[in-house]
Write a protein that binds this ligand. Structure first.
Ligand SMILES: [Zn+2]
Length: 461
């Protein structure tokens, strides 16, 4: 990232006072992360499937960010960006095998809120987010998943939404009215989807049934807050970590591509006391913007550099762009990695064979304009590299020869010695989708191992 973009963003208490009127009791915080949730499955985002009445009700009472984008189609990097406000090149968790470095660990949302006097509890549903990954820092209670052997010898490393809700509710009851931050993680929409039978019969796709089950359990949790008199004393944030392809561009699940079905996620903020009900906000919003937004709402300072920016006040004009990366194809399979820049209208994707899409006229990302829109491609790539910075997956000299030649023809890449074996070398993910689908449907023990430490469990991406 360029120095200007990495400049410190200090959340000042004075700014908070301009947003939040004084209130008798300080607000609690609940963050609900919906794993593998496509925005287009929610009524609040235009779905007519009727899967999400509980989340839609939160949306009616709060603010819907219409173009919220994941920073990476991978659970751990995406969650780490949500809870640090940093893009992956800066927090260092580039893949699900990563671990949040010590130097970043005390700059998590939970750490800031704990120092501000919050009781902090996390209730996660997948071993991809277990305590060893670094996100437990700042949480007084980190209730993660113990992998256990199933009858076939595989590792079961997830828990269902009803278990998450039950454990979180018990914890809140134990707090004796202390101010709290609760993070609930719902993993049921992540393949393989095995929702309860009452939902399976009602929906054609197991994925849709799993979304409906998660929504049902969100409703149970919201009612429990209401019964305890906490609903209007609690900021509730609903956010997806990434979506699911469901066959888009041939990808069955997620982890290979960065097309819209895996990037566009729900982001809903219900903030009592702000007078904001049923607001819809357009414009690109990134996972890194969630933490600074929360801190400003709660009136908590973060004396650390944050890449994201607070989304309040809502009427402030902003032309954000989203940096996106996916190192999974390279780290696990030795294929080319991917990085991308998404603006309000365009997306440039840098990989072995780069792509450019005009989302205004081609929302399905079917017509690659990279070879015809030279000036636009050059400008977007320059912006992408400015965001990615020198510590990102590759600099221009490390691009795949094919890509380098193409960029040189655009007048973009200057001369420099080629470095073979860089993350953008290797096979283009577009050519490997059939193999990827087959490999990711295998048990973890049969897949290529990552370095340095493979994620244990039956689902790793
Ligand atoms: Zn995920």
């Amino acid at each position: 990232m360029g120095r200007a973009r990495w400049a410190a963003l200090l959340i000042a208490a004075a700014a908070v006072m301009a947003v939040c009127a004084p209130r008798a009791k300080p607000l609690n915080l609940v963050v609900l992360t919906l794993d593998t949730f496509r925005a287009d499955r929610l009524g609040a985002y235009g779905s007519a499937r009727g899967l999400t009445p509980a989340i839609d009700a939160l949306a009616r009472d709060g603010v819907v960010f219409e173009t919220a984008l994941s920073v990476a189609p991978l659970t751990l990097p995406a969650h780490t960006s949500l809870f640090t406000g940093l893009f992956p090149p800066r927090h260092g968790v580039r893949e699900n095998a990563g671990v949040l470095p010590d130097g970043t660990g005390d700059r998590t949302l939970a750490s800031f809120l704990a120092r501000a006097g919050f009781q902090t509890g996390a209730f996660v549903a997948s071993s991809v987010l277990d305590h060893s990954r670094g996100l437990a820092r700042g949480f007084a209670r980190y209730d993660d998943v113990e992998p256990t052997r199933d009858e076939l010898g595989g590792l079961r490393a997830r828990r269902s939404a009803d278990q998450v809700v039950t454990r979180a509710t018990h914890w809140i009851d134990s707090l004796d009215h202390a101010r709290f931050f609760a993070w609930l993680h719902f993993y049921d929409a992540h393949a393989p989807c095995t929702p309860p039978a009452r939902h399976v019969g009602a929906h054609a796709l197991p994925y849709d049934a799993a979304v409906a089950f998660v929504d049902e359990q969100v409703g149970v949790f919201i009612r429990s807050l209401e019964q305890r008199g906490l609903l209007d004393r609690t900021v509730i944030v609903v956010v997806g970590d990434h979506g699911e392809s469901l066959g888009d561009h041939g990808e069955a699940t997620h982890g290979l591509f960065v097309y819209e079905p895996v990037l566009h996620v729900p982001l809903i903020v219900r903030a009592p006391g702000t007078g904001l009900h049923g607001r819809r906000v357009g414009g690109v919003v990134r996972g890194v913007d969630v933490m600074p937004t929360i801190l400003q709402l709660l009136g908590v300072s973060a004396s650390a550099a944050i890449d994201g920016e607070s989304l309040w006040p809502l009427d402030r004009p902003a032309a954000r762009v989203a940096y996106v990366e996916n190192l999974y194809p390279h780290a696990r399979f030795g294929w080319s990695a991917i990085r991308a820049l998404r603006t309000e209208r365009f997306k440039v994707i840098e990989t072995a064979r780069p792509e450019l899409y005009d989302l205004a006229t081609d929302p399905g990302e079917q017509h690659n304009l990279f070879d015809t829109e030279h000036a636009l491609a050059r400008r977007l790539l320059r912006d992408l590299h400015e965001h990615a910075g020198v510590d990102a997956i590759a600099d221009a000299a490390a691009l795949a020869p094919w890509t380098r030649d193409r960029l040189a023809s655009l007048g973009y890449v200057s001369s420099g010695p080629p470095r073979l074996g860089g993350p953008l070398d290797g096979r283009d993910p577009k050519d490997m989708v059939t193999v990827f689908n087959a490999l990711t449907s295998l048990p973890a023990s049969h897949r290529p191992a990552a370095s340095p430490a493979p994620v244990t469990g039956s689902e790793v991406h």
